[in-house]
Design a protein around this ligand. Sequence first.
Ligand code: TYM
Length: 333
Amino acid sequence: MKKTILSGSTVTGNLTLGNYIGAINNWKQLQDEYNCYYFLADLHALTVQQDPPTLKQRIYSFYAQYLALGLDPQKNIIFVQSHIHEHAELTWILTCLTPMGYLNRMTQFKEKAEKHVKNINAGLFTYPVLMAADILLYQADLVPVGEDQRQHLELCRDIVGFFDRGYKKGLFKMPEAHIGKTGARIMSLQDPTKKMSKSDENDKNFISIIDDPKKIEKKIKSAATDSGTDIQFDEENKPGISNLLTIYSVLSGKNISQLETEYAGKMYGHLKVDLAELVLETLKPVKEKHDDLMKNLDYLDDLMKSGAERAQLRARKTLHDVYEATGLVLRKP
Ligand code: TYM
């Protein structure tokens, strides 16, 4: 029996190089060995104010970005979260088991609440419970994510414990986070002390995987670097150069000490020129494939439909078992 993997990304902005390196690149490597569910978290996106036509366009674009990055819709079950109503239903049951104090500790909630002072809605607070429902509905063994999601994964594991004690032990599989050794936290280009984020207001801080090539080149060449001249990995004293080396290492497959040797005696500018070339080489076919897929939304609709049908088989079974375990009376078929 193959183990089950589940992961997703929230539909805001466009996927960045951080999302690719920290998560989707790992998803791709797992697609042959595991039973994989990859989804677009469009319900999560509603925790911040959305412009409906833009959101709709973005859902198609994210689906196309997943495919363009190399996720195979035959090997994986790729679906849109809101197409499976079971996510919202399981969230309610889990919300009723989750103490407020646990949600209060979530650092992402605190950060987002600071950023969206005019819209601190209840969804922003219960967001991690929806995330737990996403994972538990599919009985995932492993959840490949970047470092910033570790705390949410811990909460999901706590919620399994609450359900075990409250209703039925062992109904949910205990999921494990799968976090890559290199690239689990790609940093902002202009401020390498904070994470690269697709919802950053400053466009220069991130590289979208479907950015215009000229823009990508410019962003890399103007990335903030550190004082000194040596190209050495030192996250504390040289966060800018260390971030560029990490990106280089993941995209080239060379390890960091190998890169330090290659660039000994060279200037920061040399590294930036080579890195820009490597990023463009990686992302050019991705943008082309994405743009091509976006010309045929009917095709994307068909893939979304078959992904949802396959995903729902699993989700329906889990929700049925949960309703039964909680004492709800099941409606006759
Ligand atoms: P999201 O959309 O913020 O990010 C998607 C994935 O990309 C990783 N990531 C990064 N990795 C390295 N460096 C970065 N700068 C960087 N930025 C983002 C994230 O860790 C994530 O793995 N709440 C989730 C989406 C979600 C989910 C789930 C994930 C909803 N339900 C269930 C896993 C399982 C989110 O907003 O990810």
